[in-house]
Design a protein around this ligand. Structure first.
Ligand code: DON
Length: 304
């Protein structure tokens, strides 16, 4: 499979680079500075081979892709009972920034903003001022290198993130957040501003595919129990209100971010990371979706 894989990625890159549909995210002002032409794809296998095409080493902010890894960290650090006591695992069928909660006043799942803010809150409650540092180090362990933070994107989202602020105060009202709301939001906004490349995302996804062991560094980062739960919510909710279409058409656990990244993790096989900042109306990268669809169809990777 490996040599044809390189050629396949090149062909995908060439073909989908021609698609100029979608638009760069603009509700976080700093994200409008992204270059819409950027397009990078990387694929890492669980035996440690990494393939890259296009702008695979261009840094961009991880945004919502952090949600999968911070959920994993919360499960690993606090245990599933504590996490499940405040966050559900049902797809919401709504946009990522929906303020709606379940009938028992919990976020629907950890992949939407409400659930992710709740996860950051759990880690903040546990770690106090060290919460972001722990998240930052953990994301770096998944990527196999130390990651930077885009302070301008952090400041821009912090200055304009009133919708997330409203969600966080609602969560505090229902005691999902037990902590200082502003401090939790700072953790959440900063984790979204961590800088990654498509190559980093491929390695991070391959770590999930490899039962929590980074295939490049050999480090076991989370347990296989936590990996299974994380991949489950990625499968049911990772692509928001496109999640049903996604599992039907692509059939691989995945997570997207408004910075233009997508990860897809195929258990026991590979991790894919794509970067192209043009987004569709769900907030998913247009070209990234196409690469995932093509990969799944071409190699018959649909898990079902
Ligand atoms: O909270 C937000 O709105 C952003 N920091 C992250 C949203 C996001 O990436 C949604 N993904 N497609």
């Amino acid at each position: 499979m490996y040599p044809p894989l390189r050629g396949f990625l090149r062909r995908c890159h060439e073909q989908f680079a021609a698609d100029d549909s979608g638009a760069v995210a603009n509700y976080i002002p700093e994200l409008t500075r992204a270059n819409p032409a950027h397009f990078g794809v990387s694929l890492a296998t669980i035996d440690g081979h990494v393939y890259e095409v296009g702008d695979s080493s261009t840094p961009f902010t991880i945004q919502s892709i952090s949600k999968a890894f911070v959920f994993a960290l919360a499960l690993e650090t606090l245990g599933h009972e504590r996490v499940e006591s405040v966050i559900g695992v049902e797809p919401s069928g709504e946009a990522f920034n929906s303020i709606r909660l379940t009938g028992d006043n919990k976020p629907f799942n950890p992949m939407v903003n409400a659930g992710a803010i709740a996860c950051s809150g759990l880690i903040h409650q546990h770690e106090g001022d060290g919460a972001f540092d722990l998240i930052h180090r953990t994301l770096g362990r998944f990527a196999g290198r130390e990651l930077d933070v885009d302070e301008a994107v952090f400041a821009s989202e912090r200055a304009t993130g009133d919708r997330n602020r409203a969600i966080a105060w609602l969560l505090r009202n229902y005691s999902v957040l037990g902590d200082d709301v502003d401090a939790v939001l700072d953790v959440y906004f900063r984790q979204c501003a961590v800088l990654v490349t498509a190559r980093d995302l491929a390695v991070m996804a391959a770590t999930l595919a490899n039962c929590g062991r980074n295939p490049l560094t050999g480090e076991q980062i989370i347990s296989s129990y936590v990996v299974a739960r994380t991949l489950s919510v990625m499968t049911s909710s990772g692509m928001y209100d496109y999640a049903g279409e996604w599992i039907y058409r692509v059939g691989i656990p995945a997570k997207s971010g408004v910075g233009g990244g997508i990860i897809a993790a195929l258990p026991a096989q590979l991790g894919l990371g794509t970067f192209s900042p043009r987004l569709d109306s769900h907030g998913n990268s247009v070209r990234g979706l196409k690469v995932c669809e093509a990969l799944s169809a071409h190699f018959g990777l649909h898990v079902l």
